[in-house]
Design a protein around this ligand. Structure first.
Ligand SMILES: Cc1cc2nc3c(=O)[nH]c(=O)nc-3n(C[C@H](O)[C@H](O)[C@H](O)COP(=O)(O)O)c2cc1C
Length: 158
């Protein structure tokens, strides 16, 4: 069904050689017990799986909150989204953006790169400002309030 890069057989390329890419951007909260070591395991296995499925993207983890951008062909992305919603290692998933476009990848060389967020608050605040969905806004505000009221433990890459 797929070639080795997860590109569906018969995928349509336009004249500029651009493939229709699906992307999904979300944030979520880490479940109790998900520590740096567990996040390391998630990223490591994501890199292996994503490479085989033609998925690229970026992940930020800080103050117990995940922020992730994934992009790739439709079927593998839809399957990954379903897996993410079933994964008990995080909850309160807020879909920030999901669409399909003919374009180049934003993260062509990253199977799943973890980047530093000294302050995940800035990432979430940006998402709040650009979101027009009422439910997303409410959840983002709830997460931000929780971060502001709770003890902030910065969980940068060690
Ligand atoms: C925050 C977070 C991000 C994840 N990112 C990925 C990813 O980019 N790629 C991936 O294959 N699995 C990722 N996973 C793991 C998937 O949720 C799931 O465990 C894995 O795809 C296997 O799914 P399956 O058991 O339904 O086949 C992530 C999990 C979490 C909690």
């Amino acid at each position: 069904m797929f070639d080795e890069y997860g590109i569906p057989r018969g995928a349509e390329w336009d004249e500029a050689g651009l493939l229709t890419l699906h992307h999904f951007v979300y944030c979520s909260r880490a479940s109790d017990g998900v520590d740096e070591a567990e996040v390391g395991r998630i990223v490591e296995s994501a890199q292996r799986h994503n490479l085989a499925r033609g998925i690229t993207g970026v992940m930020v983890f800080g103050s117990g909150v995940f922020f992730q951008w994934i992009e790739g062909p439709a079927v593998p992305i839809e399957k990954l989204i379903a897996s993410l919603y079933r994964d008990p290692r995080h909850y309160d998933i807020v879909s920030l953006d999901q669409s399909e476009e003919k374009r180049e990848r934003l993260y062509p060389n990253w199977d799943m790169e973890r980047v530093e967020a000294d302050d995940i608050r800035i990432v979430l605040q940006d998402a709040l400002e650009s979101s027009s969905n009422k439910k997303n806004k409410e959840t983002l505000m709830r997460i931000l309030k929780q971060i502001d009221s709770g003890p902030l433990h910065s969980l940068g890459r060690s």
